[in-house]
Design a protein around this ligand. Structure first.
Ligand SMILES: N[C@@H](CCC(=O)N[C@@H](CS)C(=O)NCC(=O)O)C(=O)O
Length: 230
């Protein structure tokens, strides 16, 4: 078995996407956290865009871009997460290609600097939600995107659905309830152990802290943690 190291910023959703696939494949790996503001030279030397994730294999080869990493992992480690049927696989890849658009809609809410920007971003959320709801309707039964079998599509959306839920808990957005299939899919994904690189509550606190540190508009709605829960 090869040796894998996944280079990460603690709250990076794109890293999480690849970590999920490694966990789905029961593959041992080192999750090596670096600081965004202090990227070490060894990392800069192996990351062409200076971004995480990078998957270092056997201390020799470095892969970058979460989608390329996941496709590689799926080609080389069982069980296969992509569907066997080429049409189903093409549909899965098409929906995976939609992840950056979906992600930017959710991230725009998190990173809005003003109330007006926040409201504008929040209004946009139903657009990708509606599209995903229709896709899930076409796919048929849940709990996962392809039905009973977990896929790369589930891994790709998980970090961003999770962040929508985090944002909804900071300040109510109330969109997902209008999309029953999406809501059920989100629930199944958040319940899946592979989604989590950290204990869920600890990670939510880290996400909130990140919003606070960046002084984002929504951060003012973060409730202080009651002393007993700290
Ligand atoms: N398309 C990339 C996105 C990766 C990405 O944006 N990573 C962020 C952290 S979450 C990053 O490294 N940003 C640093 C920068 O842009 O300089 C992927 O899927 O891997």
């Amino acid at each position: 078995m090869a040796k894998y190291m996944l280079v990460s910023f603690r709250t990076c959703p794109w890293v999480q996407r690849s970590a999920i696939v490694l966990r789905e494949k029961n593959t041992e790996f080192e999750l090596r956290h670096i600081e965004p503001d202090n990227r070490p030279d060894w990392f800069l030397a192996i990351s062409p865009h200076k971004k995480v994730p990078v998957l270092r294999i056997d201390d020799k080869v470095s892969l970058f871009e979460s989608n390329a990493i996941n496709e590689y992992l799926d080609e080389t480690i069982a069980p296969r997460l992509h569907p066997e049927d080429p049409i189903a696989r093409a549909i899965n890849r098409a929906w995976t290609d939609y992840v950056p658009t979906f992600a930017s809609t959710v991230t725009a809410v998190a990173y809005a600097d003003t109330e007006a920007d926040y409201n504008k971003a929040a209004e946009q959320i139903p657009v990708p939600f509606e599209r995903l709801e229709k896709a899930l309707e076409k796919q048929g039964s849940g709990p996962f995107f392809n039905g009973a079998k977990y896929s790369l599509v589930d891994a790709a959306y998980a970090p961003f659905l999770q962040r929508y839920v985090f944002l909804d808990r900071v300040k109510r957005l109330g969109h997902i309830e209008k999309f029953p299939r999406l809501k059920a899919w989100c629930g199944a994904i958040l319940d899946r152990a592979s989604t989590h690189s950290f204990p869920a509550a600890e990670f939510e606190a880290m996400y909130r802290e990140n919003l606070r540190r960046r002084n984002k508009w929504v951060a003012q709605f973060i409730e202080p943690v009651p002393a007993a829960a700290e």
